[in-house]
Design a binder for this molecule. Structure first.
Ligand SMILES: Nc1ncnc2c1ncn2[C@@H]1O[C@H](COP(=O)(O)OP(=O)(O)OP(=O)(O)O)[C@@H](O)[C@H]1O
Length: 263
């Protein structure tokens, strides 16, 4: 059997907060979460507020370490990979892409930033890579000289995608990125992400409740509650017969929205 692209094995995360001199509070944000993700597949992670979704996203993207558990990419434990490579392999698209851009820096420089940090390429190869990546996400070469405020919201999102993709990641993690988008932008993004996944084989992890996007893009849905996985099933099954009470509420509300209230 082929090794899955990503294997998450019994990841836990406990936060320790100081509450004054002698008091400490511990929060078990994630409790033994495990799942596999195949190449070119999309996993959606949903769950109520505080269920541990963002903590999971930050651990996957290497922004923080788990308290216990392992993450393997192509069967190799990421603890044994150097941090630089790890940050190129799994990249996060932030919650508010526009806010992550520096208004005073030209777009091209910002897309290139991770490449400059991570790779030693000649200037001409770097520029070729920049333009190719910009084309892939639907930007024009001349946009490289623009400042972020000269672009539309949709183009700024494409810039953050290009910035993530310039180092050829294997996995993209979208941490509630899609929640603030209007319908037109979402439709454009669905098409773009589908196309990129087909051409590059990237896997996506989408955190958040954008059920219309999940329905179109996700192969599987993982439902979290109080730091634990309470459902992990193919997307169609989750939409047709949600098992947990939380998922039922979410899916019924979504169905009412798209089909109108049932009599
Ligand atoms: N830095 C932190 N220090 C202490 N506790 C934290 C920290 N970050 C998150 N938590 C707690 O960990 C739990 C999980 O939080 P997390 O943000 O991962 O959940 P979430 O599902 O992403 O929530 P939301 O949908 O509201 O963003 C919550 O109880 C939260 O209060």
């Amino acid at each position: 059997m082929q090794t899955p692209l990503l294997q998450v094995k019994h990841i836990s995360k406990t936060y320790h907060n100081s509450k004054g001199w002698f008091r400490h509070e511990t929060v078990e944000a994630i409790k033994s979460v495990s799942f596999d993700l195949k190449r070119a597949h999309t996993l959606a992670v949903i769950g109520e507020a505080g269920s541990g979704k963002s903590t999971l996203a930050r651990i996957l993207a290497g922004e923080m370490s788990p308290s216990s558990g392992d993450i393997l990419l192509h069967g190799q434990n990421l603890n044994d990979t150097n941090q630089r490579q790890r940050c190129m392999d799994i990249r996060m698209i932030p919650q508010r892409p526009s806010l992550s851009l520096n208004p005073r820096l030209r777009v091209g420089m910002q897309i290139l930033a991770p490449l400059v940090q991570h790779r030693s390429l000649t200037p001409s190869l770097r520029q070729q890579k920049l333009y190719a990546t910009m084309r892939d996400v639907g930007l024009l070469e001349e946009h490289a000289d623009y400042y972020p405020n000269m672009l539309s919201a949709s183009q700024r999102l494409r810039v953050t995608l290009a910035r993530a993709m310039i180092v050829d990641p294997e996995v993209l993690v979208f941490d509630q990125t899609l929640s603030a988008m209007d319908i037109t932008m979402r439709a454009q993004l669905i098409n773009l992400l589908t196309m990129l996944q087909q051409s590059r084989g990237m896997a996506y992890i989408m955190i958040g409740h954008q059920l219309s996007m999940i329905r179109h893009l996700a192969d599987d849905v993982m439902v979290m509650q109080q730091g634990e996985v309470i459902e992990f099933r193919p997307t169609d099954e989750i939409f047709e017969s949600p098992a947990s009470e939380y998922t039922q509420r979410l899916i019924y509300a979504y169905n009412e929205l798209v089909q109108g209230p049932s009599s």
